[in-house]
Design a protein around this ligand. Sequence first.
Ligand SMILES: Cc1ncc(COP(=O)(O)O)c(C=O)c1O
Length: 467
Amino acid sequence: MESSPLELPVDAVRRITAELKCHPTDERVALRLDEEDKLKHFRDCFYIPKMRDLPSIDPSLVNKDENAIYLLGNSLGLQPKMVRTYLEEELEKWAKMGAYGHDVGKRPWIIGDESIVGLMKDIVGAHEKEIVLMNALTVNLHLLLLSFFKPTPRRHKILLESKSFPSDHYAIESQIRLHGLDVEKSMRMIKPRQGEETLRMEDILKVIEEEGDSIAVILFSGVQFYTGQFFDIPAITKAGQAKGCFVGFDLAHAVGNVELHLHDWGVDFACWCSYKYLNSGAGGLAGAFVHEKHAHTIKPALVGWFGHELSTRFKMDNKLQLIPGANGFRISNPPILLVCPLHASLELFQQATMTALRRKSILLTGYLEYMLKQYHSKENTGNKEPLVNIITPSRVEDRGCQLTLTFSVSRKGVFEELEKRGVVCDKREPDGIRVAPVPLYNSFHDVYKFVRLLTAILDSTEASQVF
Ligand SMILES: Cc1ncc(COP(=O)(O)O)c(C=O)c1O
């Protein structure tokens, strides 16, 4: 779709600044970037919350009729406008024909998940048969670990990050216990170096090299939920597999955010949720990937009737004909009301393409970083407090759209003041605020307004009393 070379954010700002003869932090730069954005029309495909509907705003500080500054697609994506239509189609079918809905229409319920799975393949870079849409993320992680984690006395560890998402941490702890193993000995967690926030690839690879013979499964996130670090999935996969480990990824913060090539990278298994960047609504239908090389060797540990071949499923003879690969992991019939929102969103991804989205994302997040540095970095302010520190890696290859910020003043005060002004982002312990401009619906002007508000908050004497 896009063929021109990628323009770096700093170069785009410089070019526009020269054209408009204005300062790089001028609002007109953001407006020009929006004008040039070939994906800008996708914003109209989403409901953008209005200031007046947010429970946190201070009406004296905002124009209630304006759009909120929503920078939280890393937690819950916005609602595509077609969701309601697609839900209504299925509700109508149910109302009018009851059980016949299983077999007819755009999404016959019996194959509701399969009817949209093709839209997921370019997002994760996999063959259709390697992907299954089912359950929720942690449930899928458990199902996959039940098949991939087969500890032996020699190879009994699971390698993960020390700061992995709590649900992954608990899932791994419980899987280790399920095998009667000692969590202290079998759960190998890797920490950033003292004084550092993110993990260094060389440290990850060193642990794999030194301890790989005792590691059964490596389970990393694709993009780290707190720091926004995008791990080198192919390098971790290659190193782990060279040592005989299975290598899997929790892609909650990577899917729909960065380009993925699970098949070509040879990843053994992966799972993800769809309510963040994939905009399917809270608790939406999750996904799982099992590489085709395992289709006939790795079987689901827990089986249900939707893992049985469709052609003979309704013979009801209790003679299991397991579908090879990912689809055999399905246990129950697909929830059609969860298929609809995901369908509406995945169609937009298909139209936009991940390549073009990532291209915009690099520019959008780069612009956010550039603006934050202009106002709040040590280099540009001569160490003048308050300072904003970006803990997310600065290399484009090592991050997606999210930046995690820490402050030289109280995080609580900053966050509350942002909320009052209609900025929707979130805080995560210990001291970060996560900000994620999403290329599908966020604008450069959103980023501009966010930075201006943050700056006003940090500069205000009133706020400094709060801090
Ligand atoms: C990285 C990561 N893993 C796992 C989960 C848990 O997902 P679920 O509640 O859908 O199982 C989340 C939820 O936000 C997450 O961010």
